[in-house]
Design a protein around this ligand. Structure first.
Ligand SMILES: Cc1ncc(COP(=O)(O)O)c(CN[C@H](CF)CCC(=O)O)c1O
Length: 366
């Protein structure tokens, strides 16, 4: 077990309202147990899809009907589904550096996946245009891993790219949208889309818990028709019990209360952590991607290479990851200063000073 964790992959289960969740589960069983005895709708429970449509309409400006929502046990599965229903010649473009599991998932679906460079505004429209891809996968709310927030100007550029040709789509993976600390709220790409070219994807992995394994996808009408034709033989992958408990949890207002409480908590932890990092590391670090989400990047001015830092972190039971897991191309990244990804979802206030000084030790001391 780790002493401290800077992982970007976890959540702090000790902050999850399990009593409230169990109450919602009991309510779900009391009122909807009957629906557990048969195979449900392939897209998932209607009641939950209604609540999700309402929630993303209110919080992200995503206008959709429950009929357009497909639930799934993980974002990876939803990308599998997407690969099944999209035109078999369609090429996918993904962000580089980017989220490796989606890249691998799409690769496994047998079609070439093209890594497209992410500049300081997000996926490069020029590279995307030249790539010949017709489906662009982006993470505009807090790019994984750089943490940049895609400005509206770039969102419009990508939408215009998708409008140029039939069959072009943008997959908006709105990961980390729930937690934003600086700057004005930016509406989802989906809310700016006039021609129904955006497929909106969301997950409860970070707003609630990764262990719930519940994610959702909003299909535009044209793709919904294809889904209904191709994939309706596929059964829903997520558990009906979790879906119904989540429906009660959202309906009762517990979800909104939880997001508010966690936003406040993460805002405090993030501020204390950034202050402690600057105190300890001084001008030897530069932090980027910290305006939203549950992680940011930290570049360190040290002669020690990333590999050696990660090695030392392992020795000292400090959970820490580098940028290699987001490097999708065969080429190795130009050797610059070490950059590590700092996740803070699992950090507790009282541990910050010790975790930061241990990190400093791994970066500089023998
Ligand atoms: C860009 C992006 N879109 C969705 C998810 C959610 O996927 P799921 O829980 O299956 O719904 C993640 C989650 N990624 C993990 C970080 F918590 C893993 C990162 C790593 O493998 O480095 C993600 O990065």
């Amino acid at each position: 077990a780790y002493l401290f964790s800077f992982s970007h992959m976890n959540a702090d289960a000790s902050l999850f309202p399990f009593r409230a969740w169990q109450h919602c589960e009991q309510q779900a069983l009391r009122h909807y147990a009957a629906s557990l005895d048969n195979l449900e709708h392939p897209q998932g429970q209607w009641l939950l899809r209604e609540e999700i449509a309402r929630t993303i309409g209110r919080t992200r400006g995503v206008r959709c009907r429950p009929e357009q929502i497909v639930l799934g046990a993980s974002t990876q599965w939803l990308f599998d589904l997407l690969a099944m229903i999209c035109d078999k010649h369609a090429l996918f473009a993904v962000e580089h550096p980017g989220y490796q599991r989606i890249y691998q998932q799409l690769h496994a679906s047998g079609r070439p996946v093209l890594p497209i460079t992410v500049d300081y505004k997000g996926m490069s429209p020029q590279e995307l245009e030249e790539s010949g891809a017709s489906i662009a996968v982006v993470t505009p709310s807090h790019q994984m891993p750089t943490g940049l927030i895609m400005p509206v100007s770039r969102r419009i550029q990508l939408l215009n790219w998708s409008y140029k040709e039939e069959g072009r789509y943008i997959v908006e993976d709105d990961y980390d949208a729930e937690f934003k600390y600086e700057g004005d709220p930016i509406p989802a790409l989906h809310s700016l889309d006039d021609l129904k070219r955006v497929i909106y994807v969301g997950t409860f992995s970070k707003s609630l818990l990764p262990g719930l394994r519940l994610s959702y996808m909003v299909l535009p009408p044209a793709l919904l028709a294809v889904y209904k034709h191709h994939a309706s033989h596929l059964m829903q992958t997520s558990s009906s019990l979790i879906q119904l408990a989540l429906y009660v949890f959202i309906k009762s207002g517990e979800y909104q209360k939880h997001i508010k409480r966690m936003s406040k908590h993460y805002k405090t932890i993030r501020a204390e952590l950034i202050e402690a990092l600057h105190d300890k590391f001084g001008s030897s670090i530069s932090i980027t991607g910290e305006k939203a989400g549950l992680h940011f990047l930290m570049e360190i001015n040290t002669p020690r290479p990333t590999g050696a830092i990660l090695e030392k972190a392992k020795e000292h039971r400090l959970e820490l990851y580098g940028m290699d897991r987001f490097w999708l191309k065969e080429t190795t990244p130009a050797e610059g200063r070490p950059v590590i990804i700092i996740g803070f979802a699992r950090l507790r206030s009282q541990d910050i000073a010790s975790a930061v000084s241990l990190l400093h030790h791994c970066c500089f001391d023998k």
